[in-house]
Ligand binder design. Sequence first.
Ligand code: SF4
Length: 134
Amino acid sequence: MSETRCPSAPAMTGATVIGAVGEDGRLAHFATTLVADEYFLAAARVQGAPEQSFRFSSSCAESRCVQWNGEACGLIGRIVGLLKDAGAPIKPDRGHACTIRAHCRWRLQRGDEACGVCSFVVTDGSGEAAEASA
Ligand code: SF4
């Protein structure tokens, strides 16, 4: 199992909850580690798919993930491109709290630029993709 962390993983028991989606649709990253258990997930499901309210992190599945392009995660590059096309105010960012920063797949690939777009991403409830909104 990879030590590298996916920052947009499906909601499941044992996943790290890295932040909550606010009313503005932006993710507020948590400063302390929270691990999802069955009670957390059951409470989150009251509002719908947990991924619509929270972002979860699990070990990067690499070639077992549909986002893997053979060498890296293809998702973060597409998200950056979509947000730039939409005119989103992307600024490289390493200032905000994040509990997976040292091992985050997107940060390892794109550095501060990944952290600058991260809060715009809400994971698709299917666990196969992510949505980005400007
Ligand atoms: S992209 Fe940056 S802010 Fe987002 S999960 Fe990875 S390290 Fe944390």
